[in-house]
Design a protein around this ligand. Structure first.
Ligand code: AMP
Length: 336
């Protein structure tokens, strides 16, 4: 891009804790692809954050590489956005250290996602988990991003990013950091439900309830045919129970509007057969996921191309991070 207009900076990342799924696609990636058209975007693979759950050295790079491949396969474009591994930017770790000096135990302990993690894994309450919000603040503010695409579950973290930016600015009497705001997509962020009838699609609901972008057609068909439904409506225009609402949400995500309306009408007239709905949903899902899966295989096979993209992303991200760190060190009082 050769425009001279300074565009707002957007920054976001996903942790490499497994293959990306339909929830990641509709809740984050699809939005990233749109944002790169309008903003100066930095998209990273959060392979520092992933250490909170202690991956083995043998898995770390492969998992991170797989997310990068999937970023590229869904349409993130290294010519438009800066796409990089978080661990290629040690400047982030330095900024994280500075933010940690002004982050307080009480405020970190009150974070909802921290409390959830403590409940889920009482034997792994490490300091990295506790300081997730300062690392996230460092990720965003290392590029002075003003816009962050966040889901509902990340709003509290973004609020804390503003707190750390503001605290740093007032402590050093400077305006080094902007106070970043959430950025939505025109279509809004869609929540994708799990196939087991409740909750949102994701690893916590299990493999069988989650459709991965790498799932083969036969796997998708099997998962959808086993999705939870019920014995059918008994009254005309009856409110849909959660598991049925969820099947319709999936249909809305991948099928044509006419298809959704067709089954909605059958439901309202108590004539729906869930087997038919699931068959249609499975075919539409396969038609949606299969081109992405093929693209993931293609991108993943091009080792040389990937290496170039990783190096280029690292270089671009470092140029931006170096500028910020130089300014930060200066206002803190280190020798230039
Ligand atoms: P995670 O893999 O949980 O770290 O999520 C990465 C991104 O995907 C976040 O922006 C989430 O909000 C989004 N995301 C994850 N699961 C879903 C889902 N089932 N529906 C919508 N968005 C999701």
């Amino acid at each position: 891009m050769t425009d001279n207009i300074k565009r707002e900076v957007v920054c976001s990342g996903i942790r490499p804790t497994g293959n990306l799924h339909l929830g990641n696609y509709f809740g984050a990636l699809r939005n990233f692809v749109k944002l790169q058209e309008q903003y100066d975007c930095y998209f990273f693979v959060a392979d520092y954050h992933s250490l909170t759950t202690h991956p083995t050295p043998g898995n770390l790079y492969q998992n991170a590489r797989q997310i990068l491949v999937q970023y590229l396969a869904v349409g993130l474009d290294p010519e438009r956005a800066t796409i990089y591994f978080q661990s290629d930017l040690p400047q982030t770790a330095e900024l994280y250290l500075f933010f940690n000096m002004n982050a307080y135990l009480g405020e970190l302990e009150r974070v909802t996602s921290f409390k959830d993690k403590v409940r889920q894994n009482p034997n792994n309450v490490n300091a990295g988990l506790l300081t997730y919000p300062t690392l996230m603040a460092a990720d965003i503010l290392i590029h002075k991003a003003t816009r962050v695409p966040v889901g509902k579950d990340q709003e509290q973290h973004l609020e804390m990013t503003r707190t750390y930016a503001q605290r740093f600015n007032s402590m050093y009497g400077s305006e080094v950091f902007p106070l970043p705001q959430a950025v939505g997509s025109p279509a809004g962020l869609v929540k994708i439900p799990a196939l087991n009838g409740s909750g949102k699609m994701g690893k916590s609901e299990g493999e069988a309830s989650t459709i991965f972008l790498t799932d083969e057609p036969s796997v998708i068909r099997k998962k959808i045919m086993k999705a939870k439904s019920d014995s059918g409506p008994t009254e005309m225009n009856q409110k849909k129970p959660e598991e049925i609402e969820n099947l319709f949400s999936l249909l809305k995500a991948v099928s044509k509007l006419e298809t959704v309306e067709y089954f909605d009408d059958l439901y309202n007239r108590c004539q729906i057969r869930y087997g038919d709905l699931k068959k249609q949903l499975a075919e539409d899902m396969v038609a949606f996921v299969e081109p992405l899966r093929q693209r993931i295989l293609e991108v993943g096979a091009d080792e040389e191309g990937l290496r170039r993209i990783i190096d280029r992303g690292k270089e671009k991200a470092r140029a931006s991070a170096d500028r910020t760190i130089a300014e930060v060190r200066h206002v803190i009082g280190y020798r230039d």
